[in-house]
Design a protein around this ligand. Structure first.
Ligand code: SIN
Length: 289
């Protein structure tokens, strides 16, 4: 049998999943699976393939506990404990993403250049080796509002005007999260990543900037850096590159932090919205750096 005939005979990764894309390249719901139960390796690999392809996948009507939430995330790599995680349940490094975290809000407001509606970011971009995955679980949701938006950062790059792509070539951006890290006694240097990163697994070029951590492009004066970062923000805000997810009780999102940036819509007043997030470390060789 020729290789291509053999490939056709084998099940494609998604044949074993009920996967329903929400947008052409970003966001898919996966149905018919209880992620609170141990995953068959073939199912696990299919989910992983879907996360790489769609950048973020969603599960509905799940009944996870902190333990099963962690078990699911751990199937995709070692868990990463964020320095500001308050590990009160002792089960896993669960990071409470809470609307009551006034420190986080204050931090955002004080930062140079973060205007309302512009907090598009990736998680742990301040690290030399950012976490690759995140599994976010609804815990306490406002009756309406509080959606999350993810952006296909590859499409955002592809959609840039040619001259902007050329200007970005070879440039690096710093993300300064030190004020927040210092508050929890964590000392970490400022590192720089390529503005256009190459995804380690898909090989795709992605526009990779965290607008919540005072980004600055090295080697440019501040005005020029800000102008380029604004161009990137315009890309992130384009609806054709986005998927918007409305949380319901039992919803879980699993995304590839290297292929997407995201934004939490803050439109629910004083409601104490709460989600539990578990981060998955990247590349074992460097993950501790
Ligand atoms: C996050 O920024 O990691 C969480 C997104 C959200 O609160 O919707």
């Amino acid at each position: 049998m020729s290789t291509s005939a053999l490939e056709k005979a084998l099940p494609q990764p998604y044949d074993i999943l009920d996967i329903r894309p929400l947008q052409p390249t970003i966001g898919a719901e996966i149905h018919g699976i209880d992620i609170g139960k141990p995953l068959d390796p073939a199912i696990r690999d299919a989910i992983r393939a879907a996360v790489l392809d769609y950048k973020v996948v969603f599960f509905r009507d799940q009944e996870l506990t902190p333990q099963t939430h962690a078990d699911f995330a751990r199937a995709f790599g070692p868990l990463y404990t964020h320095p500001s995680t308050v590990q009160d349940d002792k089960v896993a490094p669960i990071h409470k993403i809470s609307a009551l975290d006034n420190g986080r809000e204050r931090e955002l407001k004080q930062r140079r250049g973060v205007r309302p509606g512009e907090a598009y970011h990736t998680d742990t971009s301040w690290r030399l080796v950012p976490t690759w995955g995140a599994v976010l679980r609804a815990v306490d949701l406002p009756p309406i509002g509080g959606d999350t938006i993810w952006v296909d950062a590859h499409l955002a790059y592809e959609g840039l005007p040619q001259d902007v792509k050329q200007r970005l070539e070879g440039l690096h951006v710093t993300h300064d999260f030190r004020p927040a890290l210092n508050r929890v006694g964590h000392d970490y240097p400022i590192v720089a990543h390529p503005v256009v990163r190459t995804h380690r697994e898909t090989g795709k070029r992605v526009l990779w900037v965290n607008h919540t951590q005072d980004p600055q492009i090295l080697g440019l004066d501040l005005a020029e850096s800000d102008a380029l970062l604004d161009e990137i923000l315009i890309q992130y805000k384009r609806p054709e590159f986005q998927v918007r997810f409305t949380w319901k009780p039992g919803s879980v999102a699993f995304w590839d932090n290297r292929g997407a940036v995201h934004f939490a819509v803050r439109n629910y007043g004083d409601y104490p919205r709460l989600l539990d997030r578990i981060l998955i470390a990247d590349e074992p060789l460097y993950a501790d750096l």
